[in-house]
Design a binder for this molecule. Structure first.
Ligand SMILES: Cc1ncc(COP(=O)(O)O)c(C=O)c1O
Length: 373
C-alpha cells in the first residue's frame, strides 16, 4: 500500500487497542518528541549517536537499572537486551539450556506462542509437552496437578499471557526443580513478580515496555554456564553478558524508549503494585460487562484464566463482530478485530492504555448491546 502523504489524515489520537506494536504512554511520546532533535546535553538525537558513546552507555544502563529496581531483581540474575524479538528466544533457549540431545525440555502450551516456542526444541534435545490446551482452542491454563512433568527436565517453559487467546496464568506454575522459563512478552512489567522463582524471563518490548526491536532477558547467572563453548557467539547468552548487551550495534532507539517507559511506571504510575491494581481495574470493567450481558458478549477464556492484558470475546455472529469493529473505529477505538485463529474481538489493554480508553470501550459495548440485543 502506498501512503499518500499529501492528503490530510487524522490528527486526533485514537484509543488504540492493538495487540502489538501497541499503545505507548502519552507522556513517553511527548518526551520522545521533545528530545528527538536534541537529546539534552548531547546535541543530537539518540538515533544519531554512537552506541559506544558515554551518553548511550548511560541510557542503556539506566534502562537496565530501572528494570532491576522495578522487579527488585536479585544479584544472581543478569538483565540483557537482545534483538531478534521474542521469536529468536525459541531457538536461543533450547540452544543454551539443553546441554545435549539426551536432555528434555518441558513445555506448558496454553496458546499459539507457547506452541511456537516448543517447535525448535527438537534441534537441541527432547520435547515433553507437559500440558496442551489445544483441544478447547486454548481457553484456560492448567492446574499444577494436571502438569505431566519430566523428572530431571533441563527447564520448563510457559507463556504467562497468551496474547491471541487472552489466557493468563494468575500465578506461575509449580514445576519442582527444573528452572522455570517464561515468555512474558505481553505482560512484562504489568505486575510484581518474585524473580527468584525464575530461571529466565524474556519479553519483546512492543506491547508493554516500548517499541519493536529490543527483547529484555532476565536470566539466572548459573544458567549462563550451561552452553559451554559449543554455541556460535551470537547465540550464546554468556557472550551477550560479556558484551554488556552490545555484541553488535544494539537497537539504540528501542532501548531508549524502554528506559522512558520504565521511568513512567516508576514515577508516574508509582511502581508495579499500582500498575497491577490499575490493570485489574481496567480488565474488571470489561469482564463484568461481558458477564452481565446475558450472553450478548461471549468471553473466550474461562474466568479463572482470563487475561488482564488481552480481553478476547465474540458476539453472536461474524456479521455482528464486524459491525462492532466498524462502529468502534468510527468512534475512535481501533485495533479491536480478533486474531484470525480465534475470531471475534480482542481488546488489548496493556499498561499504557488509559482507564479512560477502557471506559470509552465499556460505554460503547453497553450501548451496542442495547441497540443490537
Ligand atoms: C506472548 C508472545 N510471545 C512471542 C511473540 C513474538 O514476538 P516477536 O514478534 O517480537 O518475535 C509475541 C508477539 O506477538 C507474543 O505476544
Amino acid at each position: 500500500m502506498q501512503l499518500d502523504m499529501s492528503s490530510p489524515t487524522t490528527t486526533e489520537r485514537v484509543f488504540n487497542f492493538s495487540a502489538g506494536p501497541a499503545v505507548l504512554p502519552e507522556m513517553v511520546l511527548e518526551q520522545i518528541r521533545d528530545e528527538l532533535l536534541c537529546l539534552p546535553g548531547v546535541g543530537s538525537s539518540v538515533m544519531e549517536i554512537s552506541h559506544r558513546s558515554q551518553a548511550f552507555v548511560e541510557i542503556l544502563d539506566d534502562a537496565r537499572r530501572r528494570i532491576i529496581d522495578l522487579h527488585q531483581i536479585p544479584d544472581d540474575h543478569e538483565v540483557l537486551f537482545v534483538q531478534g524479538g521474542a521469536t529468536l528466544q525459541n531457538t536461543m533457549i533450547p540452544a543454551n539450556l539443553l546441554v545435549d540431545q539426551n536432555q528434555t525440555a518441558d513445555c506448558i502450551i496454553t496458546g499459539t506462542w507457547g506452541k511456537k516456542n516448543s517447535q525448535d526444541i527438537q534441534y537441541y534435545g527432547s520435547l515433553n509437552i507437559a500440558w496442551d490446551g489445544a483441544e478447547t482452542n486454548y481457553t484456560q491454563v492448567p492446574t499444577n496437578s494436571e502438569l505431566n512433568l519430566t523428572e530431571g527436565a533441563a527447564y520448563c517453559h510457559y507463556t504467562s499471557n497468551e496474547t491471541i487467546h487472552g489466557v493468563q496464568f494468575p500465578e506461575p506454575p509449580e514445576v519442582g526443580e527444573a528452572p522455570l522459563v517464561v515468555d512474558q512478552s505481553s505482560d512484562f512489567l504489568s505486575e510484581p513478580l518474585d524473580i527468584k522463582r525464575f530461571g529466565m524471563i524474556y519479553a519483546c518490548a512492543q506491547k508493554n515496555c516500548g517499541i519493536a526491536g529490543v527483547t529484555t532477558l532476565i536470566i539466572r547467572r548459573e544458567l549462563l554456564e550451561r552452553a559451554g563453548d559449543r554455541l556460535p557467539r551470537y547465540l550464546d547468552y554468556a557472550q551477550h553478558v560479556k558484551g554488556a548487551s552490545m555484541l553488535n550495534t544494539p537497537p539504540t532507539f528501542a532501548i531508549y524508549v524502554t528506559g522512558l517507559v520504565c521511568n513512567w511506571i516508576q514515577n508516574t504510575v508509582g511502581g508495579l503494585e499500582e500498575m497491577h491494581r490499575l490493570n485489574q481495574e481496567k480488565a474488571n470493567l470489561l469482564y463484568n460487562l461481558i458477564d452481565n450481558s446475558g450472553g450478548f458478549f461471549l468471553g473466550h477464556a474461562q474466568p479463572s484464566s482470563r487475561s488482564l492484558m488481552n480481553v478476547v470475546f465474540r458476539l453472536e455472529s461474524q456479521e455482528l463482530d464486524s459491525k462492532f469493529v466498524t462502529e468502534a473505529a468510527a468512534l475512535g477505538m481501533t485495533g479491536l478485530k480478533g486474531h484470525r485463529s480465534v475470531g471475534g474481538i480482542r481488546a488489548s489493554i496493556y499498561n499504557a492504555m488509559p482507564l479512560s480508553g477502557v471506559q470509552a470501550l465499556h460505554d460503547f459495548m453497553r450501548d451496542f448491546a442495547q441497540r443490537n440485543g
